[in-house]
Design a protein around this ligand. Structure first.
Ligand SMILES: *[C@@H]1O[C@H](CO)[C@@H](O)[C@H](O)[C@H]1NC(C)=O
Ligand SMILES: *[C@@H]1O[C@H](CO)[C@@H](O)[C@H](O)[C@H]1NC(C)=O
Ligand SMILES: *[C@@H]1O[C@H](CO)[C@@H](O)[C@H](O)[C@H]1NC(C)=O
Ligand SMILES: *[C@@H]1O[C@H](CO)[C@@H](O)[C@H](O)[C@H]1NC(C)=O
Ligand SMILES: *[C@@H]1O[C@H](CO)[C@@H](O)[C@H](O)[C@H]1NC(C)=O
Ligand SMILES: *[C@@H]1O[C@H](CO)[C@@H](O)[C@H](O)[C@H]1NC(C)=O
Ligand SMILES: *[C@@H]1O[C@H](CO)[C@@H](O)[C@H](O)[C@H]1NC(C)=O
Ligand SMILES: *[C@@H]1O[C@H](CO)[C@@H](O)[C@H](O)[C@H]1NC(C)=O
Length: 812
């Protein structure tokens, strides 16, 4: 209202009077002669209005533009002009309203409204009021109606990229504003979206919903909003999300201690927000205290260790994930090399007089130790010149027969391909007499089951050495059962003997100078036989020949009889075959299926009863004939995996078995079928295949003879759906029946048909082979022989001359 304040008081008063006097009092319900104008949002519009002076004589006038606002239809001035006074702009029109230029083609009272808003829509009146005229002579104003049109613009659009999994449901939301209200159109790739059972358009076209996304739904979805003023579009790309895949896995690396190592681990994924985790030997690197200050994971996923330490060697594994699917991992090994070093220097070591003994050099080396040099009393030791001293593969010094001259002050210096980190400290080596047994156990104790046995042993130290400790152990390493074993000094009592107590026992006496061992054997009479061992076998297509070693028979003069247990790998029930003639330790099992893996165990029994099972071995029978290049002709779309365990070939074959049915009966499920119509005489045997997932398995054990056309299966898992096929096998080929689906009712007891556990194989690392020794000290044959001799000595001190025999159960 600043305009009023700025006016000279008499003018302001006059104008106010004019305005009041001239305010139209009628309601403008209808303006038939009104001018209709359409403007576009943001652009400008000119309301054309003339100034018609009375009698064409210019007189002073006031130009006033009004707009009808609100529901009451009140007229509000939006522009007032009077001579040289500042013009007035109504609220909301500041800076947007002006008179047109005098030289324009429009009338002199025309109003130029710029930057049109949607709220500008409505009725406008142009009023020209001539001053110094009587009020009732004024002319009615000119009416205008303004329509504001706006092109569409989006208020809500879908994400540019939408990651989905097949089967997902998604909603794409596209909303637009504009005048007139825009319509929304949806396109998939270049074509309009066709609503279907899974695709629908809702909420006035603003929502595109897809349920159960399939491959054909993947693509670019465009929504177009359009009205008379224009159109806009937005495209959303629907992509199948992909888990992270490692594109640059780490590689094995060898570094010198102190260098820097970098393991790459780059991955690609959709979406690409991949996180990379690193593990060393299974533990997150961040939690490996020794690495803490030296390890970093770079932004690209690479692991950097700087500098590497000797103990950093090992497996490094990176795991990548973007939250979709299972994380992927890749691993590599770090091999840190360093010059050989001595890890520990004992200040005193003892050698047993007249026995074999070792002076230890404790070494760590990577790459492996090459050789060790020794000094004795500050002079280089030349072991290859002395018959009774050997440097062993691990660098320690072996004396095959210790004498007083071996006493002295020793040092060792290890070397590998990287050199050495120096010598050990000086080690005082003292020669002392070893302990001796004063009481030794009997060579053999023979007891019956349930009895007890007491075994005696006592050892004494030599002068100037410590009292030896005496302990008992089983030579096979099995633990002694504490509850039945009492030890008093070197004497041991085992109560309520069982047949498992059978075995070789050792009395071990040791002090700082030496460890001496005495063996004895405990035999338990009148037991079931022990498990046969060292079972082996050879296979043909239909046969397996087994051989084994008898275990302990259970007592003197006991006779063993064997039974073979076998089954197809993965099945729960065993077939038992007694071995004839009695006592034979080999047998041939016939009527097996070719190309099939079987498990075998050997059980033994004597007059007392059945003994323990041997370890199970698995043997695969040979496949029949050569495998054909072309796929076998099997009707219907059969999973490839059905072919395994069945002879393949293109040879003559029967027609398919017919009318395969599965019926639940009181004691299981009965599978029945009918012989092929065509060439039934070619059927040599039937095989029943089943699956509960993609993997076909063989159901029957042993062959089903051609004259049989039913099979009873006891254990199917309740609630699961099985698929069955029957194969009619000819000599070199087969034909499959139709597939039959059988959902097992959930009430059926849960018991898998494949409950068998396939025995695993344990691998033992028995030796670590150190690298080639230096030429200088290399006298391998001598060394090997003498090392072996030493180990024998450590085990059996009492008979040094027996060093060549590796297994001596009894002493004399
Ligand atoms: C209306 O005003 C705008 C902005 O000042 C100007 O660009 C345009 O030329 C004017 N129109 C007329 C007809 O004077
Ligand atoms: C002016 O408007 C009034 C009311 O709408 C109408 O009755 C009168 O005829 C108009 N005069 C002219 C000259 O158009
Ligand atoms: C990496 O080292 C490991 C362990 O030493 C080895 O098993 C593996 O084969 C090596 N990989 C390659 C690609 O050399
Ligand atoms: C990556 O993004 C997807 C989708 O935005 C999300 O579901 C996932 O959790 C994210 N993954 C990680 C590792 O942040
Ligand atoms: C070296 O080997 C011998 C014989 O195998 C063994 O008795 C000795 O304890 C070993 N020494 C070290 C330090 O490993
Ligand atoms: C061990 O048995 C022997 C022979 O029976 C006996 O002389 C000795 O005293 C026993 N030792 C202990 C510690 O009981
Ligand atoms: C086990 O059997 C193999 C081959 O039959 C044979 O070479 C080996 O000496 C046997 N081992 C024993 C302890 O009998
Ligand atoms: C075997 O199936 C055929 C058609 O598949 C049917 O005509 C025939 O009656 C069935 N035979 C029996 C014994 O069910």
């Amino acid at each position: 209202m600043g305009w009023r304040a700025e006016q000279p008081p008499h003018i302001a008063a006059g104008l106010l009077l004019l305005l009041l006097v001239n305010l139209p009092v009628t309601c403008h319900q209808d303006h038939q002669d009104a001018v209709h104008i359409t403007a576009i949002l943001g652009e400008s519009v000119v309301f054309n209005c003339q100034v018609d002076f009375p009698e064409d004589i210019p007189v002073p006038y006031v130009l006033q533009w009004e707009k009808k606002v609100g529901e009451t239809g009140q007229d509000i001035p939006i522009y007032i002009w009077y001579e040289s006074y500042p013009t007035h702009s109504g609220e909301g029109y500041e800076g947007r309203v002006s008179r047109v230029a005098p030289d324009s083609p429009y009338g002199a009272a025309s109003l130029n409204v710029t930057n049109i808003k949607e709220s500008d829509q409505g009725w406008y009146e142009c009023k020209v009021v001539f001053l110094n005229r009587s009020p009732n002579q004024h002319k009615n104003g000119t009416w205008f109606h303004l329509d504001v049109h706006a092109p569409p613009r989006f208020s809500i659009t879908p994400e540019d990229i939408i990651y989905v999994n097949l089967g997902d449901a998604i909603i794409l939301n596209c909303q637009a504003e504009g005048t007139p209200t825009p319509e929304i159109l949806w396109f998939k790739d270049a074509n309009p979206v066709e609503p279907s059972g899974t695709v629908g358009i809702f909420n006035d076209g603003t929502e595109l919903r897809i349920s159960n996304i399939r491959h054909e739904d993947i693509g670019d979805y465009t929504c177009i909003a359009r009205n008379g003023e224009g159109q806009v579009s937005h495209t959303a790309r629907v992509i199948i999300a992909g888990g992270a895949v490692i594109t640059m896995p780490p590689t094995n690396q060898t570094k010198l201690e102190g260098e820097k190592v970098q393991f790459s681990c780059e991955a690609k994924a959709l979406p690409g927000n991949v996180t990379v985790k690193w593990f060393r030997e299974g533990a997150p690197v961040a939690e490996v205290a020794a690495l803490e200050t030296r390890v970093t994971i770079r932004r690209d996923g690479a692991l950097v260790i700087n500098p590497v330490a000797a103990d950093d060697s090992g497996q490094y594994l990176c795991e990548v994930s973007n939250g979709i699917g299972d994380p992927q991992s890749a691993s590599a090994y770090l091999n840190v090399e360093y010059p050989a070093k001595v890890t520990f220097t004992p200040t005193v070591q003892y050698l047993p007089f007249r026995l074999a003994g070792v002076v230890q050099c404790y070494i760590k080396a990577n790459p492996p130790l090459q050789y060790v040099t020794w000094t004795k009393d500050k002079r280089l030791l030349e072991p290859y010149q002395t018959k009774d001293i050997v440097i062993m593969n691990n660098g320690s010094l072996l004396f095959t027969r210790v004498n007083q001259n071996h006493q002295g002050r020793y040092t060792c210096t290890p070397y590998n391909a990287q050199g050495t980190q120096g010598s050990s400290g000086p080690m005082e080596v003292l020669v002392r007499k070893p302990p001796v047994f004063t009481v030794e156990p009997e060579p053999l104790y023979q007891r019956k089951v349930g009895e007890s046995v007491e075994m005696h042993c006592e050892a004494q130290e030599a002068e100037g050495t410590q009292r030896p400790s005496v302990v008992w152990r089983r030579r096979d390493g099995l633990p002694l059962q504490k509850s039945r074993v009492r030890a008093l000094g070197g004497n041991i009592t085992i109560d309520t003997l069982r047949r498992q107590d059978f075995g070789i026992y050792q009395c071990v006496a040791s002090n700082e100078v030496a460890t001496i061992v005495a063996d004895t054997q405990l035999v338990i009479e009148g037991t079931q036989p022990h498990a046969p061992y060292n079972v082996s076998g050879t296979a043909t297509e239909f046969q397996v020949t087994l051989r084994w070693q008898p275990g302990y028979a259970g007592g003197p003069d006991y006779k063993q009889d064997y039974t073979i247990w076998y089954r197809e790998a993965g099945f729960s029930e065993w077939t038992k075959v007694p071995v004839t003639p009695s006592g034979a330790t080999s047998v041939t099992i016939n009527r097996l299926q070719p190309g099939t893996t079987y498990e075998f165990q050997v059980n033994s029994k004597n007059t007392i009863g059945e003994g323990m099972m041997s370890k199970a071995i698995t043997i695969r029978t040979l496949d029949v004939g050569a495998k054909p290049k072309a796929a076998p002709t099997v009707p219907g779309p059969i999973d490839e995996k059905i072919f395994q365990n069945a002879p393949e070939g293109s040879g003559p074959k029967s027609g398919p078995p017919r009318n395969l049915t599965v019926t639940e009966v009181h004691n299981g499920f009965l599978i029945t079928w009918q012989a092929p119509l065509e060439r039934a005489q070619l059927v040599q045997y039937y095989t029943i295949k089943y699956r509960t997932d993609a993997q076909w398995k063989t159901l029957n054990r042993g062959q089903i003879r051609p004259e049989e056309t039913s099979y009873l299966v006891k254990n199917l898992v309740g609630g699961r759906t099985y698929y069955f096929r029957v194969l009619a096998n000819s000599a070199t080929s087969y034909e499959s029946s139709e597939e039959v689906k059988f959902p097992v009712p959930a009430r059926v007891k849960h018991k898998a048909i494949t409950a068998g556990v396939v025995g695993g194989i344990l691998f033992f690392i028995v030796a670590i082979i150190l690298s080639v020794c230096a030429v200088k000290i290399c006298n391998k044959r001598k060394r090997r022989k003498q090392e072996k001799a030493y180990n024998m000595v450590a085990a059996r001190l009492t008979d040094l001359r027996a060093a060549d025999s590796t297994q001596v159960p009894f002493k004399k």
